[in-house]
Design a protein around this ligand. Structure first.
Ligand code: PLP
Length: 282
């Protein structure tokens, strides 16, 4: 496989970084994950817009333009001859310099991006998944897609150890988001989710769900809800680039309604399928 870097495209084995790399030593960087369905990027521009916003938020100036990056990512896809469902992982750090917390004098970020096959989560999408609740112990800038993922890693591991698919995070009983997803609640045919403040990452799929709701005439309310509200919900679902839209059928020991995916969730899944089909037909 081939990897795109700021210095061009190389073979996977050729790309290595020095020990003193700011991404490795400080988590000083940002990243994106983009979906490919049958070898075509989905919502690439939206992801790159967010990458540039994340970079600006940590005062990292990107030495190449969005159009140039898109061209190179298309070239990467062609070289890898990607035909199947996959994801692109892209990260950018403040570069390799002798270890020192303060910014280096030179602006020389490191960027790399590679594509790896990833099947759709059909089983989870159809039957739904179990989740656990855990404390949101993250910092105040969760709107930045930063490389510092230790709280997310610990939360996900807790979920896995308890036989769950995802950990739902809460701050003093207020649900923010998942460890790597956004969380939605359906009550009386209305969809609720945490507002896109600094407390959450504004997911690309989240913004699409908002659009689908508008198109389908489903009320969409950006209002935080509590862990108690979760247990009383008609439906719950999560979204992310790798997961798409997945029904949640259990939170800790509480089974949500019948334990089967609900009608609103299914309607949104159908809208997602249509939208991604449109994206990959051009
Ligand atoms: N929230 C967090 C903390 C995430 O890591 C992610 C992505 O993995 C999301 C939300 C969902 O974002 P997106 O829909 O852009 O993948």
């Amino acid at each position: 496989p081939y990897v795109l870097t700021d210095r061009g495209i190389f073979r996977y084995e050729q790309v290595t970084y020095p020990m003193e790399e700011r991404g490795l030593q400080f988590g000083d960087g940002v990243y994106e994950v983009v979906r490919l369905y049958r070898g075509t990027y989905v919502w690439l521009r939206e992801h790159l817009d967010r990458l540039y916003r994340s970079a600006a938020a940590i005062r990292l100036s990107v030495p190449f333009g969005c159009e140039e990056l898109i061209e190179q990512l298309e070239e990467l896809r062609r070289l890898n001859d990607v035909q199947e469902d996959a994801i692109l992982y892209l990260q950018m750090t403040r570069g390799s310099f002798p270890r020192n917390h303060a910014f280096p004098a030179e602006n020389r970020p490191n960027l790399y991006a590679y594509i790896q096959p990833m099947a759709r989560k059909t089983e989870e999408m159809t039957h739904g998944v179990r989740t656990i609740l855990t404390k949101d112990v993250r910092w105040e800038y969760c709107y930045i897609k930063s490389l510092n993922l230790l709280p997310n890693v610990l939360a996900k591991q807790e979920a896995v150890e308890r036989g769950a698919f995802e950990a739902i995070l809460h701050r003093d009983g207020v649900v923010t988001e998942g460890s790597s997803s956004n969380i939605f609640l359906v009550k009386n045919e209305t969809v609720y989710t945490h507002p896109a403040t600094a407390r959450i990452l504004n997911g690309i799929v989240r913004t699409k769900v908002k659009q689908f709701c508008a198109e389908l005439g489903i009320p969409f309310v950006e209002e935080a809800f509590s862990t108690n509200d979760l247990r009383e919900a008609d439906e719950l679902f999560l979204t992310s680039t790798t997961s798409a839209i997945i029904p949640i059928i259990q939170v800790d020991e509480t089974v949500i309604r019948s334990g089967a995916p609900g009608a609103v969730t299914k309607a949104l899944q159908a809208a997602y399928r249509q939208a991604t089909q449109r994206e990959t037909q051009n």
